[in-house]
Design a protein around this ligand. Structure first.
Ligand SMILES: [Mn+2]
Length: 273
């Protein structure tokens, strides 16, 4: 079973008075070829599909055209919301996209079950499970507390994130017991990561989490939010794939990649492309 992990497309971004339409189109054309040539079973997007909550129509057109083509070559597509995405914009076509086997989780909702998405082979056999956790907003992490100090608030957010992953891992346990690989996504800021200019300005309001936030149950954790590809806590299976194109001058110096992870008999191998 092979997944392709990507994030932080920021479709619709304007940079120095220019749009990025040509670069995004070139990337998505390339991505379609990779999905087909490498026979990818699941495309997993870890958030920041769009650069803004109300994207321009050329960015929407690009997104839907890509999804339509991708659905013809890749049997499972999972899209999760990032801090730049509007949950309402992502979720609006949710039911329609389900018909193409594209699962959209714009924001966390009332039931954690909604964040679990089963992966199927082209003959309909179950081949994996994804705990598709979108960007968790302050309000998703229970109540805010009046008069709390900044450090207390950060601690509460970190604990809220940890509880979310613990609870969803517990829900995915039966799939693991059946021998299926379990993948989690996240759009958050993990400790020890290097930031670029475009990230400093948009870090969102989440406290830093560490690798032990993610229960051992997960075979792979597909992270988004940080635009430089990197592992977390030295673990090969907890990764940021990075943004596919540089979104600020400071992002020119590092690679822009997607990750392909292959799961075979409980062993995960990853490669950058
Ligand atoms: Mn981003």
């Amino acid at each position: 079973m092979k997944i392709l992990h990507t994030s932080d497309w920021h479709l619709g971004q304007r940079f120095c008075e220019r749009d990025r339409d040509d670069e995004h189109r070139a990337f998505l054309t390339w991505l379609l070829e990779v999905l087909q040539d490498r026979k990818i079973d699941a495309l997993i997007h870890s958030g920041d599909v769009f650069d803004m909550g109300n994207p321009p129509s050329y960015a929407l057109e690009l997104y839907y055209t890509f999804l339509r083509s991708a659905s013809l070559v890749c049997p499972n597509i999972i899209i999760t919301g990032g801090n730049h995405d509007s949950p309402a914009t992502l979720n609006a076509p949710k039911e329609l996209l389900k018909a193409l086997n594209i699962h959209v989780i714009g924001a966390t909702g009332a039931s954690l079950d909604d964040e679990i998405s089963m992966l199927h082979s082209s003959d309909g056999e179950e081949i994996g499970a994804v705990c598709a956790v979108p960007f968790l907003r302050d309000k998703d992490l229970r109540f805010s507390v009046a008069g709390e100090l900044a450090e207390e608030r950060e601690l509460r957010i970190r604990e809220g994130i940890r509880a979310h992953y613990r609870d969803i891992a517990a829900l995915a346990e039966p799939y693991k017991q059946r021998g299926l690989p379990v993948i989690a996504t996240g759009h958050l800021f993990a400790a020890g990561t290097e930031l670029s200019d475009s990230e400093h300005s948009v870090m969102g309001n989440l406290g830093q989490v560490t690798a032990d936030t993610f229960p051992e149950l997960f075979d792979y954790v597909a992270l988004g939010h940080i635009h430089r590809p990197q592992r977390i806590g030295g673990r090969d299976h907890i990764r940021y794939c990075g943004s596919p194109i540089p979104l600020s001058f400071s992002e020119l110096s590092h690679p822009h990649t997607v990750i392909i992870a292959e799961f075979l008999n409980g062993i995960v191998t990853t490669g950058k492309y």
